[in-house]
Design a protein around this ligand. Structure first.
Ligand code: AFP
Length: 335
């Protein structure tokens, strides 16, 4: 590990030595990182910057938007629309895709994001973040359309998140492992803090919203029940539980020390496959987790293999330490 490597240098070296980051993608990632710095500043100001509270509007999913949801969305769009590296963007906070306006050159990439994940933590000074995913625009498509975004997660060319916690840390994969960069506010640069992040295969820590227990499917109940039995139960060891209510913070903990995260389908809204969104939450997080040696499934299928049917598609998510994810999958297939 070197504390002297900036994100810019890391990306330039990836482009040179690995040759698999074209310059347009490098530029795109630098712009996303710059936008995250802007969002981080707004987050830090909190009430002093007038950014807390609700915006008195709803997104396409009927969720009440916070002021910061909207600010973060605008920061990402404004930073990315003029650079010439993107064809269009899609966001949790926008009903439909945002095509780069004609006054700017169009690039070959598509950017998807959840601008502010964990909105319910904003006003309590809790962990929040921005999640992003980058796809290539299909070559055959002249005018970019929503269907161009409907690509399986395994087609991503870059994915990551920026967590606004005690430190602002950007976590990235371009398909060559996972690297973490913490924002040095004096220098104004993201600096490399860890490369080749690896998740231990086993864990004694799970993350799930236990208040939904009565709505879970039998295999999920079985798995959690066995964890709760601790040393005296079939697992023969005690488990710890954490739930931040921001996927970005739960995934960051798993990348840092292992664990398993679950937001499974449940009976509250049986017609919905899950709560989390496939394209801009589950896919980027699943790729990061796999790149760090973990696994990610909807309990039936690898998340990165799912062919999306619509932009705001939801999905059941189980991800983290490989042996636990495989165990949970076995419990579902044995059903
Ligand atoms: P918001 O960004 O709308 O607050 O949702 C966060 C999230 O999508 C995900 O980041 C959390 O893991 C999950 O929802 C928390 O959901 P519960 O509030 O149902 O526990």
């Amino acid at each position: 590990m070197s504390s002297k490597i900036s994100l810019t240098r890391y990306l330039v070296e990836q482009q040179r030595s690995e040759g698999h980051i074209p310059s347009q993608l490098r530029l795109l990632l630098e712009v996303v990182a710059r936008a995250c710095k802007g969002i981080s500043q707004a987050v830090n100001k909190g009430a002093l910057g007038g950014v807390l509270g609700t915006a008195h509007s709803e997104n396409v999913q009927g969720e009440v938007q916070k002021k910061l949801d909207i600010i973060a969305n605008e920061v990402l769009i404004e930073a990315n629309e003029w650079g010439g590296h993107l064809a269009a963007m899609a966001s949790e906070e926008m009903d439909s895709i945002y095509v780069v306006p004609n006054r700017y050159p169009q690039g070959e990439y598509l950017l998807l994001f959840d601008p502010l994940d964990g909105s319910s933590n904003i006003d309590i000074n809790g962990g929040i973040g921005t999640i992003f995913s980058v796809l290539k625009k299909p070559e055959a498509s002249a005018e970019v359309e929503e269907k161009d975004f409907l690509q399986a997660g395994k087609q991503q060319v870059a994915a990551g998140y920026c967590i606004y916690g005690p430190q602002t840390t950007l976590v990235l994969t371009v398909g060559d492992g996972v690297a973490m960069f913490t924002l040095d506010r004096e220098q104004g640069s993201f600096m490399l803090i860890e490369e080749n992040v690896q998740i231990p295969r086993d864990t004694q820590e799970f993350a799930i919203n236990m208040s939904n227990m009565r709505h879970w499917d039998a295999p999920v109940k079985r798995y959690i029940d066995e964890c709760l039995q601790g040393k005296e139960g079939p697992r023969g060891k005690d488990f710890n539980m954490r739930w931040v209510a921001a996927m970005v913070a739960d995934v960051h903990r798993i990348l840092s020390r292992g664990g398993v995260f679950m937001y499974p389908w449940d009976r509250r809204e049986p017609d919905k496959p899950g709560k989390l969104r496939l394209l801009y939450e589950a896919n980027p997080m699943s790729w990061l987790i796999e790149q760090a040696g973990g696994a990610a499934t909807n309990t039936r299928q690898r998340i990165l293999d799912i062919e999306p049917g619509k932009l705001h598609e939801r999905v059941s998510v189980v991800l983290g330490s490989k042996n636990e994810v495989e165990r949970i999958t076995r419990y579902h297939t044995a059903q």
